[in-house]
Design a protein around this ligand. Structure first.
Ligand code: CTP
Length: 403
């Protein structure tokens, strides 16, 4: 009864795989969850509301209101009732609408107002699945935190064979179950500091020195920590991201000096720190009060910024763990080892810019984790949220051998 007491909202869209949704609902019920079902109008062509109402033991909602008596079906209250919203099957059409914020049925308005974790199990023909538009929509949703339960390969309703079959009901139920297991278990009561994003170093009131860091890796780590129950202090440079998990306290900063001050004041109370920020190594020695006017060449003297990771490394007590990143273009291993030691870290995550799909501005990353005792683990190219899982797993392991 791993899902005992959980409220699960199942969203059904109009695809042939909807015939499996009653089995999915039964899987959830069997695991102790209370289940409600919302359907798109088209889904009724594939599976009857009566079947779903019977297995879920709750009336099905399809329309914004009941045409008989005008009773309003509130997407907001559905969204707040639910602990997990599981859209299965998710057709190409619904995924596209979700990715674009469209709201022309109750399933979608509920998606837009849901505060809980959202799962989507895509199901469609192989050509629709591999179309760049669908690939992009799925990517966008994943980036926004939707848990995509990958479609499987196999025989499809069209008679073709390839990727597009909805994952089996028990696999979807398992995915949801392990999500909660992760979230509620392992890092409850832990306080973790994460630094993320770039820093901006002011030149004058309108200009700064910055870098291309998007903050994605740091935010993904913060979300992963939050989803395992940790309290996260996310000290973030200027980025376009926002944190989803309610366990994350975001402290916004701009310059390296501000980031240092925020990190130092948080670290004392923390069990560990993961330093993902791309801190500017230098800042202008002087910041002009007025916009610098154009008259010929101009020279800016840069002075070294504080090394935040090294400062925390100096503060670190025996029970605290520090992990950092090393972004390298050459001599990767040697440089990463050097940084690990110099900054008194417990492990370092090596990013090589020589690897395609790794580093800044991408949704993927390819890393090697090097631990203090020399253990070196290379990982394949993965989405940043999957890389975050590997990093947080390593952190948990290191913390358990440190306490
Ligand atoms: N870091 C930091 N403060 C800095 C510079 C780096 O906290 N001023 C942290 C980063 O967040 C990362 C690690 O130190 O976790 C290594 O960052 P990197 O930029 O690769 O190393 P640097 O020490 O700046 O070395 P270099 O630029 O010479 O490669």
């Amino acid at each position: 009864m791993q899902l005992k007491g959980k409220h699960i909202l199942v969203g059904v869209t109009g695809g042939i795989a909807a015939y499996k949704t009653p089995m999915l609902v039964r899987e959830f019920v069997r695991r102790g969850a209370e289940v409600k079902v919302v359907m798109t109008p088209m889904a009724r062509q594939f599976v009857t509301p009566l079947t779903l109402a019977t297995v879920s033991k709750n009336p099905i909602v399809v329309d914004f209101f009941d045409p008989e008596n005008g009773q309003w079906n509130s997407h907001v209250s559905l969204g707040t009732w639910t602990d997990a919203y599981v859209i299965a099957p998710a057709t190409a059409n619904t995924l596209a609408k979700m990715a674009n914020g469209m709201a022309d049925n109750l399933l979608l308005t509920t998606y837009l107002s849901a505060r809980c974790v959202v799962f989507a199990a895509p199901a469609m023909d192989l050509d629709m699945m591999s179309h760049p538009a669908t690939v992009k929509n799925i990517e966008t949703l994943r980036e926004r935190g939707v848990e995509i339960i990958e479609a499987a390969e196999g025989e499809l309703a069209s008679g073709l064979s390839g990727k597009g079959r909805m994952a089996e009901p028990q696999d979807i139920a398992y995915g949801v179950e392990s999500y909660f297991a992760r979230r509620e278990g392992s890092m409850r009561g832990r306080r973790i500091l994460v630094t993320a994003g770039p820093t901006y170093e002011k030149i004058d009131p309108v200009r700064f020195i910055g870098n291309y860091s998007s903050g994605k890796m740091g935010y993904a780590i913060a979300e992963e920590l939050g989803s395992r129950g940790a309290n996260v202090v996310l000290v973030s440079g200027p980025v376009k991201m926002s944190a989803r998990s309610t366990n994350i306290e975001v402290v916004k900063v701009e310059s390296a000096k501000q980031m240092l001050a925020a990190a130092q004041s948080a670290f004392g109370e923390c069990d560990a720190a993961i330093m993902t920020a791309a801190v500017a190594d230098f800042a202008p020695e002087e910041v002009a009060d007025q916009k610098i006017k154009r008259h010929g060449d101009y020279t800016i003297k840069l002075v070294a910024n504080p090394d935040i990771a090294a400062e925390l490394g100096r503060m670190k007590t025996g029970r605290q763990v520090i992990a950092g990143f090393a972004l390298e273009t050459n001599d990767e291993m040697r440089n990463a080892h050097g940084k690990l030691e110099k900054k008194n870290m417990d492990f370092i995550v090596l990013n090589s810019l020589a690897d395609k799909g790794a580093g800044f501005m991408t949704d993927t990353n390819k890393v090697t984790i090097i631990e203090k005792d020399g253990t070196t683990t290379p990982y394949p190219l993965k989405s940043k949220s999957d890389v975050a899982i590997d990093i947080v797993d390593t952190l948990e392991r290191t913390m358990s051998s440190t306490k």
